[in-house]
Design a protein around this ligand. Structure first.
Ligand SMILES: [Fe+2]
Length: 294
């Protein structure tokens, strides 16, 4: 295998989240499955927020502290009312800055980018003990058993806010198309009636379409395949503190190997509002299968 088949990481010189930064109109790059990395774009904390970079602010139940929109209610944090309000204000500022940033990078998505959860992850990646299916140190594309996306894209803006120089360590893998070709021949269609049953039983929040079925199969097959994890085309990528990066996480094969203290903003984008919907995972899967996935 050549390195050409591995996810591309592209660096940009931006030093501002606001409209005055140089990079704009890069929809084609992110839609092609590249990782857009901004090594000089820190999320600045004010003096009184520095103390929040400590796992003690997490309530111990959730792995993240997160805000849900609309409304911005905070979950997963523990502290006094005053402290929680300050923490919420910090995470809200990240939501606003990353949204302004995403709309500058991707003006084509204006009016269509829907703000999902904003999260602050003060807990060390390495310390998480979990099942293989939830183990994000294995290469995967994002897909969730309970939350069928129906083709809606997951655009994520991450920033490493670690105070002690530790990078966020990722592995990135092969292109989505290569990945789909690897597993598609062995993925069977869902059993008739299974989507209805899953929804009826409350296992899925809405109907699991065949697209969702295939995406979940890709996620599970990859994580369960030790040979793939070890021997497939891949590269280690470090995101130093002060680095921001942007990816479609339902398309880029990624694994979080280490790091602590990260900000993350999720956006949803209807596939129809991409610049090139045919470049999406759904477009790619439908082309490879020669039929629609509904
Ligand atoms: Fe992931």
């Amino acid at each position: 295998m050549t390195m050409d088949s591995v996810t591309q990481v592209r660096d940009f010189p931006d030093r501002s989240w606001a409209d005055d930064g140089p990079t704009r109109g890069v929809e084609a790059l992110v839609e092609a499955g590249e990782v857009l990395r901004f090594p000089y774009l820190p999320f600045a904390l004010i003096e009184s927020e520095l103390k929040f970079r400590d796992p003690r602010w997490a309530d111990g139940k959730a792995k993240n502290i997160s805000l849900r929109w609309p409304g911005g209610a905070m979950r997963g944090a523990a502290g006094s009312a005053t402290e929680l309000a300050a923490l919420q204000a910090m995470i809200t500022r990240y939501a606003e800055q990353s949204e302004a940033f995403a709309l500058r990078l991707f003006p084509h998505y204006r009016g269509h980018l829907q703000r999902g959860n904003t999260s602050f992850r003060p807990i060390d990646v390495a310390g998480r003990k979990t099942s293989w299916r939830k183990d994000d140190t294995r290469l995967h594309v994002d897909a969730f058993p309970s939350n069928p996306m129906h083709g809606t894209r997951l655009l994520r803006v991450f920033c490493n806010v670690n105070p002690s120089g530790r990078p966020r360590e990722w592995r990135v893998g092969e292109s989505f198309e290569a990945h789909a070709q690897r597993y598609l021949p062995t993925i069977k269609r869902p059993l008739p009636g299974s989507a209805w049953l899953l929804e009826r039983a409350g296992i899925t929040k809405r109907r699991r379409t065949e697209y969702d079925h295939v995406m979940l199969q890709l996620h599970d097959r990859a994580k369960a395949d030790a040979v793939f994890q070890q021997a497939s085309p891949q590269a280690r990528v470090d995101f130093a503190p002060g680095t921001t990066w942007v990816v479609f996480s339902d398309q880029v094969l990624h694994a979080a190997m280490g790091g602590q203290h990260m900000m993350e903003q999720t956006f949803y984008l209807d596939v129809a509002h991409q610049q090139r919907p045919e470049a999406s995972p759904r477009g790619t899967l439908e082309r490879l299968l020669g039929r629609e996935l509904r």
